[in-house]
Design a protein around this ligand. Structure first.
Ligand SMILES: [Zn+2]
Length: 482
């Protein structure tokens, strides 16, 4: 390896390879934004190509083509690019724009690629992706996403009508924060200046025209500008708006308040869009606004604030948006989230533990009981900070007034809840670690060393090794070796 993977990335690369070897056809990999999924699948690609496989990496945005190509280059993987403006290559690894490849499918025989890596694969239900998967029907698929759920809340597994047979989960947002791989979110939810209670949904999301009409008002934007000034003044911020026009109006109002602000949208020239994004990164802009262009695939780690002005019914979209601000950058410890649309109340804290499943039925917006959410979120009436339940505000120190009886009750419940949750998190971590430790064992000696370390009998090592060999043996015929 040319540069070092983080411990969990290494374990995840191993776990994913195991899944394919044992014969799983299509595997989903879930890792929060900022966890480094591009690095992980670049290593998978490297290993697969070394073993003579042809690998196709599918992305759906220009920015992602550049990022993926750079990541492959860094570990020395030769690759071609299938996108407008690039010439045909004969490399075994190709990075392709979905929109371009879907028009050039006839150039490739159906059995050309052995492995397809589908980045941001929560879009994989869309027609163009399905068409590509159908064409290369013999290839294994590795799907990668931070939020394995479709806009309508359905899962990505076969039972829910998706493509995937199994899922590997990387560490949670909370674990990444604890290890300083992500910034700590500091969430404020000022009173919503619009009535959002009657928004109607279409295909699982609030109707754009209605959200734009409710949100695109100078008084609401003014409130956002004031809170930005007070709580995040000058920190590079991205603002998520309800429509292109809304994004333009918000940028305009930030400019009249003395900030450098601009909006981007899908109709702009690529070069203009790129310039504005890099301006935000190099200090030329304070605030970048957009409708949905920057919610994913735009990597600007210096961003320290996210301003939410678009109510969304999609937990996936909400997490993608907030995730833009949580990336680590030198000197950055916190990220300010200004939620003016009730998204945090709707979908929970950014670092709340979420249980992702292949099956949409057990997971999705609304699947969680309201009471359950209320328990986990508390809002300070003084500074509007939103946080896990505590007797005082962790941001401004405001002590909540409660009666003596309530204090006793709440203290008891809180302590119990916190202790129980912490224990759960710790138990899960231990279990995960134990599984991974065993998963890393290859030879009989590996298993013997692990048995000695854990105080198990030598027989345990022998039987585990045998079981692994049997599984590995049959999988070598059934599965893909990458
Ligand atoms: Zn407070």
């Amino acid at each position: 390896m040319i540069y070092k993977l983080r411990d969990y990335q290494q374990a995840d690369v191993q776990a994913l390879r195991e899944r394919f070897r044992r014969g799983d056809r299509n595997v989903l990999y879930q890792l929060p934004t900022g966890g480094g999924k591009t690095v992980v699948f670049s290593y998978i690609t490297e290993g697969a190509a070394k073993r003579g496989n042809r690998v196709l990496i599918l992305v759906h945005r220009q920015e992602l083509i550049r990022q993926t190509s750079a990541s492959l280059q860094e570990i020395g993987v030769n690759h071609g690019i299938i996108a407008p403006g690039f010439t045909l290559s004969w490399d075994n690894v190709r990075v392709a724009s979905v929109q371009t490849l879907v028009r050039r499918l006839t150039q490739f025989p159906p059995n050309y690629f052995q492995l397809i890596i589908s980045d941001e694969c929560h879009h994989a239900g869309a027609a163009s992706w399905s068409k590509i998967f159908a064409h290369f029907s013999q290839a294994n698929i590795l799907g990668v996403t931070a939020t394995p759920v479709r806009l309508d809340g359905k899962g990505l597994g076969r039972p829910a009508g998706g493509f995937f047979d199994s899922m590997v989960n990387g560490p949670s947002v909370k674990q990444l924060i604890a290890n300083k791989h992500l910034a700590i979110p500091r969430v404020y939810a000022p009173p919503v200046g619009a009535d959002l209670s009657n928004l109607r949904k279409k295909y699982g999301e609030f109707i754009t025209a209605e959200t734009a009409a409710a949100m695109d008002k100078p008084v609401i934007t003014g409130c956002a500008v004031e809170h930005y000034r007070r709580l995040a003044g000058g920190v590079p911020a991205i603002t998520f708006c309800a429509s292109v026009a809304h994004a333009e109006h918000v940028a305009e109002q930030f400019r009249s308040a003395g900030y450098q602000a601009a909006s981007i949208d899908g109709t702009m020239h690529d070069a203009d869009r790129k310039r504005r994004i890099s301006d935000l990164g190099n200090g030329g802009l304070h605030v970048l606004t957009s409708c949905d262009i920057i919610s994913e695939g735009t990597d600007i780690p210096v961003v320290g604030a996210a301003i939410l002005l678009r109510p969304t019914a999609s937990m996936g979209l909400y997490l993608q948006q907030v995730g833009r601000a949580l990336r680590m950058h030198s000197g950055k410890t916190h990220a300010v989230i200004l939620d003016h649309v009730g998204n945090v109340m709707r979908h929970g804290m950014p670092d709340e533990d979420r249980e992702w499943s292949l099956d949409g039925a057990t997971f999705g917006p609304g699947a969680k009981k309201k009471d359950d959410q209320d328990l986990k979120i508390k809002q300070c009436e003084k500074c509007y900070a939103v946080h896990m339940p505590a007797p005082k505000c962790p941001v401004c120190g405001h002590v909540y007034e409660v009666s003596a009886r309530e204090i006793e009750q709440a203290d008891g419940e809180l302590q119990e809840l916190d202790a129980k949750r912490l224990q759960e998190i710790e138990d899960n971590r231990k279990k995960m670690f134990a599984r991974r430790e065993e998963g890393m064992c290859r030879t009989l000696q590996d298993f013997q060393a692990l048995a000695a370390k854990r105080g198990y009998s030598p027989g345990w090592a022998f039987y585990r090794f045998k079981a692994r060999q049997q599984r590995g043996g049959s999988a070598q015929q059934a599965g893909l070796a990458i």
